[in-house]
Design a protein around this ligand. Structure first.
Ligand code: NAP
Length: 332
């Protein structure tokens, strides 16, 4: 086992799009677990859009960062975290972490399902898609659903979950022709479009001539306005994120057609996945059979090596990922 632990620290606040110079890699001796803790060697790290928001104020400079991670217990001073156990915790952006049982979850791997899935479709990402569609939008069989940032982590999970729920037409938007092909050819979307190719409302209307019932929004701005245009009466918007505005500048003005929400009796509701942690087992029970028989695939871009965690984060913000962006830092 290595005797050195490495961590990424944020060292400056970005103006606009962050750069590698906002981070530093810091090495130190492996920490030793005290009573009630275990030393975990991280295997997979998650880099997420909300980390960009954390960079503005929430993350302290020159300290280890917060982030979802999966690792293996290598030394333990608590029987609830036995050596060899695979655990989920939130001390990411580092190779090793001291973890307490009450802030971690011992995973029960499912046959045929890769460990990384607990950071993608079975993790907070999949849970966001599930909560948005099932609890917030209350998608019913036969209804049409539009998903923005559909080729990302939440989006790719949402498209597949919508199919399992018996959605009628499933439509996605994404940032490149290759992603659009991936949505239709690999993930079972009925239609998809590149949002660079024209106004979202116009493209969505062509993809869903009869309108949509549900919109799971990961982008905000022009996507929200376009979806309001095409939503049917009594449609629902589950607002999950607004990745188009995380990198600074003036946030987009409210959609000019916002008042159509009244005219069409649309329900718009935002949500934060951390308030739905109690649904983790429900998500696993719902997805496990479909993961086993291949109706759902964990859609992931896995970057190799701890040295590339910052590159993976910046790449995700630029749209270089297909599915959930993860970093593999150890042998799973
Ligand atoms: P992701 O979609 O895997 O990665 C971010 C994607 O955003 C990129 O791949 C890129 O794809 C797209 N993007 C970047 N800039 C954009 C822009 N200006 N316009 C349109 N698309 C842009 O990330 P994720 O983790 O699945 O998160 C997706 C959204 O869900 C984010 O808004 C995130 O904050 C939100 N979220 C919310 C919760 C919650 O609790 N409410 C939980 C998890 C995630 P393209 O190539 O398609 O542009």
């Amino acid at each position: 086992m290595s005797t050195t632990a490495r961590a990424v620290h944020q060292i400056s606040r970005p103006q606009g799009f962050p750069t590698a110079a906002d981070f530093a890699f810091v090495a130190g001796p492996l920490p030793a677990p005290g009573p009630g803790t275990a030393l975990v060697e991280n295997l997979y790290l998650s880099v997420d859009p909300y980390h960009r928001e954390s960079m503005d104020a929430e993350w302290e400079l020159h300290t280890p960062l917060e982030g979802r991670a999966i690792g293996r217990v290598v030394t333990s001073r608590d029987p609830r975290l036995p050596v060899g156990a695979i655990v989920f915790h939130r001390h990411g952006w580092r190779t090793h972490a001291l973890v307490r049982p009450e802030e971690s979850r011992v995973l029960k791997p499912l046959p045929g399902v890769p460990l990384s899935a607990w950071l993608s479709v079975l993790g907070g990402t999949g849970l966001s898609a599930y909560v948005g569609l099932v609890k917030i939008a209350q998608l019913r069989p036969g209804e049409s659903v539009f998903i923005s940032a559909a080729a990302g982590g939440v989006g790719s999970a949402a498209g597949q979950i919508a199919r399992l729920l018996g959605a009628g037409r499933v439509i996605g938007s994404a940032g490149s022709a290759a992603k659009v092909r991936h949505l239709v050819d690999d993930l079972g979307f009925d239609a998809a479009f590149d949002y660079h190719d024209g106004p979202v409302g116009d493209q969505l209307r062509r993809a869903a001539p009869d309108g949509i019932d549900v919109f799971l929004d990961n982008v905000g701005g022009d996507h929200l306005a376009g979806a309001i245009e095409v939503l049917r009466d009594h449609g629902r918007i589950a607002w999950c994120g607004a990745v188009a505005q995380y990198n600074g500048g003036e946030p987009p003005a409210a959609p000019r057609n916002l008042y159509d929400i009244v005219g069409k009796s649309i329900r718009l509701e935002g949500f934060l996945v951390h308030e739905y942690g109690h649904l983790q087992q429900e998500l696993e029970d719902f997805l496990a059979p479909a993961l086993r028989d291949g109706r759902v695939v964990p859609d992931e871009t896995v970057v190799e090596g701890f040295d590339h965690v910052v590159d993976a984060f910046l790449g995700m913000l630029r749209g270089e990922n297909t599915g959930k962006m993860l970093v593999r830092v150890g042998e799973g």
